[in-house]
Write a protein that binds this ligand. Structure first.
Ligand code: FES
Length: 146
């Protein structure tokens, strides 16, 4: 095994160790692994399953259930568009077609259900930044700049 592989293995072990004592540690571990490695691969699933005394199928079942988790890294920028009730009431559905057209295959456009800014929707998140009161033009410009 190479030195780089050892470092990654050590990082994975540290992520697992730092979350294993939580109540319900699986989702926090998976989020941390996804955040660090960009995906949850077979080696990650195997290590997590072993540490939690779960089967690989149980861990993989959770990974495949939530669309936040991927088994291979997706390098595209991500734009999350809120399509929950308050943003629907404020017109987000009328923006979806233009958003999809602006995203094309270059940007990963994800639907999420509430970004916590319900009174000022429609809302989207690009990276860590939230954007409120979007109209078709502003949303398309955000996506194109992502
Ligand atoms: S419903 Fe869209 S931010 Fe809450």
């Amino acid at each position: 095994m190479t030195g780089a592989a050892n470092v990654l293995e050590d990082e994975l072990a540290q992520i697992i160790a730092s979350h294993i004592e939580l109540d319900g540690p699986l989702l926090p571990i998976l989020h941390a692994v996804q955040g660090r490695f960009g995906a949850i691969g077979e080696a990650h699933v195997r290590a997590i399953a072993s540490a939690m005394n779960l089967s690989r199928a149980e861990v993989y079942g959770v990974v495949s259930f939530y669309h936040d988790f991927a088994d291979v890294p997706d390098p595209r920028p991500i734009v999350q568009l809120c399509r929950a009730e308050a943003c629907k009431a404020r017109g987000v559905e009328a923006l979806v077609s233009a958003a999809e057209a602006a995203a094309g295959e270059r940007v990963r456009l994800e639907t999420v259900y509430c970004l916590g800014l319900c009174s000022v929707g429609p809302n989207a998140r690009v990276g860590a930044k939230l954007h409120a009161r979007l109209d078709e033009q502003r949303l398309a410009a955000l996506i194109e700049a992502a």
